[in-house]
Design a protein around this ligand. Structure first.
Ligand code: ZN
Length: 314
């Protein structure tokens, strides 16, 4: 066992130990779990599903947390320093992460879960109110399409196979079983969308987190805020959304678990659209909530979307 106090007291000593040849994960203790850090809660769930009992996963941004803007804690640095594998989303979601990796002295392999996914480019229209906002960057919310989730799982499986070759059979079997579950959920999402009259397949959220969902399933989402929560919506953006809700008869606006509800409440009040509930966009709920896993999140979201959009004039 590693003495926790000694580890905390001397990062340098801990690193020297980790760097010793032969002090590998598999060799030193067969019962020890592979320490993996995942940048946010959705990735942590994916790693748990594929890793099973062989891995110990530490998420950095926890349930209901905003992965776009995050201030790492000393505990995060410690987890990074002890990790063998770090799983990140990429596509510029975690702008705060490179600095944490560097400052923690982590020697972990960094696996990018979106590797191979073709990103949607965000036009960031209407986000130049303050000037100088960079235009046309990649939309990081690739997990909102289940087809992309399959690629996340394959990348995580490959990363675990490489980090812990002794567990390969287990990781491969867990991944295959999970992919089969994703197929079922994808069928449920498509069936639910089909039950919503085509003219009512549109809604509002706070930030532009559903671009991949829109593309995959054909429900249109419009947001006053761009693909990151870093820049606030301008008064002009909000006015534009309210005009759009009225002109296009958008049936509902949704709250998000990672954003402040005030903006959506204001838009609902001024446009007359109803508030359709809370969607889990960039983070899971805690374990006792309705979206404790990715699959529960996708099921919860489509259920809320169908409830709010299906009934009413077509
Ligand atoms: Zn987001």
């Amino acid at each position: 066992m590693i003495n926790r106090r000694a580890l905390g007291a001397s990062l340098a000593a801990g690193l020297a130990l980790a760097a010793l040849p032969g002090v590998g994960f598999a060799q030193d203790n067969a019962a020890q779990k592979l320490p993996v850090v995942a940048s946010f809660s959705i990735l942590a769930d994916f790693v748990r599903q594929v890793g099973g009992d062989r891995v110990s996963v530490t998420p950095l941004v926890g349930p209901n947390g905003d992965a776009h803007v995050y201030s790492p804690t000393p505990a995060d640095a410690k987890a990074m320093a002890g990790a063998r594998l770090v799983v990140i989303n990429g596509l510029h979601l975690e702008g705060w992460l490179p600095r944490l990796i560097k400052s923690s002295g982590s020697k972990a392999t960094v696996a990018t879960a979106t590797k191979g996914i073709k990103p949607i480019e965000s036009a960031e229209e209407g986000h130049d109110a303050k000037g100088g906002h960079d235009h046309g960057h990649d939309d990081p919310h690739a997990w909102q399409s289940i087809a992309n989730a399959r690629i996340y799982i394959a990348n995580i499986r490959d990363a675990l196979d490489a980090a812990d070759p002794a567990g390969k059979a287990s990781y491969d079997a867990n991944a295959a079983a999970y992919l089969a579950k994703l197929d079922v959920v994808e069928g449920e999402v498509k069936a639910a969308v089909a039950r919503i009259p085509a003219a009512r397949r549109k809604a509002i959220t706070t930030h532009d987190a559903f671009g991949y969902f829109v593309k995959a399933y054909g429900v249109e989402f419009i947001a006053p805020q761009g693909v990151s929560t870093e820049s606030e919506a301008s008064a002009r953006d909000v006015a534009r959304i309210i005009r759009q809700i009225k002109a296009q008869k958008v049936p509902a606006v949704f709250l998000e678990n990672v954003t402040n509800p005030r903006l959506i409440e204001q838009i609902a009040k001024e446009s007359g659209a109803k508030v359709g509930g809370t969607l889990y966009s960039d983070a899971l709920s805690d374990a006792s909530g309705p979206a404790g896993t990715y699959i529960d999140m996708m099921k919860h979201n489509i259920s809320e979307i169908e409830k709010a959009l299906a009934a009413g004039p077509a």
